[in-house]
Design a binder for this molecule. Structure first.
Ligand code: ADP
Length: 393
């Protein structure tokens, strides 16, 4: 009987899943999907390897399936999919591992309690990431669960890169730059040697441009710094998040607009970024297709902020050998990649427009001193690999 590993990524209103099966030393994705609208209009969809829908279900309008109900449904579906495979473990994406968890960990009640301490550091993600872990511990204590963190990969950042210019007691209490999207960057670092040995052992900036967006400076495949900081709202503007914001703006909003923490949270996480600037959409495809000046402004600001952050990360690295684009926008938008690379010409990168339009993976011209790549990320596979490795250890 071959082994199977289930990967879960639980959010506030959805649970995404991927089922991997082991064949020899490698892991293949068998089925993936999600249940969304957990508290509104639940909808389940599962797709096979080739992207074809293998199962779908909708519940009644207004039905509250919740995380518990969704997990029950998922458990039944996974059992029916397993056939002649044996589920050996569940890997979870957990946003925050603090300073303590520099690598994935097998969870028990003690670890869950330790991870709950990080809820104030990631209030929009951490509680939901932990919910299925807690439910499975209660309902199926026999199944091994591994937590994989978005912060761990950045624990190689030098101390100076993790520091805010705040009084030392706050730094010591954990108010520092953690960095996120670590599982994505770790995956890219793991496959980079297959593409480009010089980039893998040199200075590379990876652009993870999805709904959430950040950039990471890699030296010899290790994270040196990134654009996200204490929380995942720092750095680049995103679908609905501001990215870096003068902290004075927050004080102004409190003093002059009477906004409290929750109202500001909503503003900077859910109502800003591409959506806020355009007033149209958080979706890059919609904005690129729109003729509205505000849509153009949102895209211009997005590209400009990438240009600024790229300069900053290259300065931190002290040079640049390669740029890698990944995630929804990075993998699928030749237009954004082209604009970013043209802005980066001063760094020694020259684009191959045809290769870029064709989707790469190499998108730099032959004479370019700096390489440019588009490489699909695979956070789920990274989690499955970690889970397999920890279970075998
Ligand atoms: P998440 O961070 O939720 O995993 P994704 O990595 O899937 O998100 O990225 C979602 C973003 O990718 C959206 O802004 C979407 O518009 C954008 N995107 C997907 N395909 C394209 C495309 N062909 N052109 C431009 N943007 C795209």
């Amino acid at each position: 009987m071959a082994d199977a590993i289930l990967v879960l990524n639980a959010g506030s209103s959805s649970i995404k899943f991927s089922l991997f099966v082991a064949s020899g030393a490698s892991l293949g994705m068998a089925v993936r999907g999600q249940i969304e609208g957990l508290y509104t209009d639940p909808h389940f969809i599962a797709k096979g390897e080739a992207g074809t829908v293998v199962s779908e279900k909708t519940w009644g309008k207004g039905e509250k399936l919740g995380h518990g109900g969704a997990l029950d449904y998922l458990a039944g579906f996974i059992r029916s999919e397993l056939a002649d495979h044996r589920l050996v473990g569940v890997g979870h994406r957990v946003v925050h591992g603090g300073l303590e968890y520099t690598r994935p960990v097998r969870v028990d009640a003690g670890v869950v309690a330790a991870l709950e301490k990080f809820v104030p550091l990631a209030p929009l993600h951490q509680p939901h990431n932990l919910t299925p872990i807690r439910l499975l511990l209660e309902r199926q204590p026999g199944i091994a669960q591994i937590a994989c963190f978005d912060t761990s990969f950045h624990r190689t950042n030098p101390e100076i890169a993790q520091r805010f210019a705040l009084p030392a007691d706050l730094h010591d209490a954990g108010v520092r730059r953690y960095g996120f999207h670590g599982l994505s960057y770790e995956y890219i670092a793991s496959v980079l040697p297959q593409h480009d040995a010089r980039a893998a052992s040199g200075k590379t900036v990876v652009l993870h441009l999805g709904n959430g967006a950040s950039m990471c400076a890699l030296a010899s495949g290790k994270s040196m710094t990134s654009t996200m900081g204490f929380t995942a709202v720092d750095g680049l503007p995103m679908g609905t998040r501001t990215g870096a914001l003068d902290p004075g703006v927050i004080l102004y909003l409190m003093d002059q607009r009477g906004m409290d923490a929750r109202a500001i949270e909503k503003l900077i996480y859910n109502q800003s970024g591409l959506l806020g600037v355009s007033g149209i959409s958080s979706d890059m495809r919609t904005l690129l297709a729109s003729g509205e000046p505000r849509a153009k402004l949102a895209v211009d600001l997005y590209v400009y902020r990438i240009r600024r952050e790229l300069g900053s990360l290259v300065a931190a690295l002290g040079g640049l050998d390669a740029i890698v684009f990944t995630a929804g926008i990075g993998e699928n938008s030749p237009e954004i990649r082209e604009r970013v690379l043209i802005d980066a010409e001063w760094l020694g990168v020259e684009i191959d427009r045809r290769a870029n339009a064709d989707g790469g993976p190499r998108i730099n011209a032959v004479e370019s001193r700096v390489a440019a790549w588009t490489i699909p990320t695979n956070e789920e596979l990274m989690i499955a690999r970690h889970t397999q490795r920890l279970l075998q250890a």
